[in-house]
Design a protein around this ligand. Structure first.
Ligand code: ZN
Length: 162
């Protein structure tokens, strides 16, 4: 057996102690860009609860996959640390991805129908969903994006980018 030490993954190189809420480019793999949609400041005792995270996942994934950048979206899903989401997109200017993210959050806030994918066939924990909880987080993150507009997509200085 090869007992080589596992490589430290790129996201562990980011200094999470200085990371604020916002939208960042986490990594690039060829033409695939991973965005860090940071909804909460890490390690401050302020985390999305599972229902909130799960609900926003269903809502955002549905709307971003029916947005103008739908054919460029590879993946959207929550971080296990409960302080944000990853959005993987192919081959688009970052400002376009940001605009689509803002539009997606606005669509969620305006939405008043049934929760998407709320059935045992479509989801692994379908009772743990709430439109109101998802909308509350969408509203909160939308305010973050408006507040941080024009800041760029780099992690703050000291946040591991060399
Ligand atoms: Zn689900």
């Amino acid at each position: 057996m090869n007992e080589a030490k596992p490589a430290r993954i790129a996201s562990f190189e980011v200094d999470h102690t200085v990371l604020l809420e916002g939208m960042y480019i986490s990594r690039r793999d060829g033409d695939v860009v991973t965005y860090d949609l940071r909804t909460r400041r890490p390690n401050m005792g302020d985390y999305m609860d599972n229902r909130t995270m799960h609900s926003l996942e269903h809502l955002f994934a549905t709307f971003i996959r029916s947005s103008e950048i739908a054919d460029k979206v590879i993946y959207f899903g929550p971080m296990g640390c409960q302080t944000g989401f990853y959005l993987l997109v192919r081959d688009l200017p970052a400002e376009e991805v940001r605009a689509a993210t803002v539009a997606c959050l606005e669509r969620i806030l305006a939405y008043d129908g049934p929760m998407f994918g709320e059935s045992a066939v479509e989801c692994g924990n379908y009772k743990n969903l709430s439109l109101a909880d998802g909308k509350r987080e969408a509203e909160r993150y939308l305010a973050v994006l408006k507040r941080t507009e024009g800041r760029g997509f780099h992690y703050e200085k000291g946040a591991g980018q060399k």
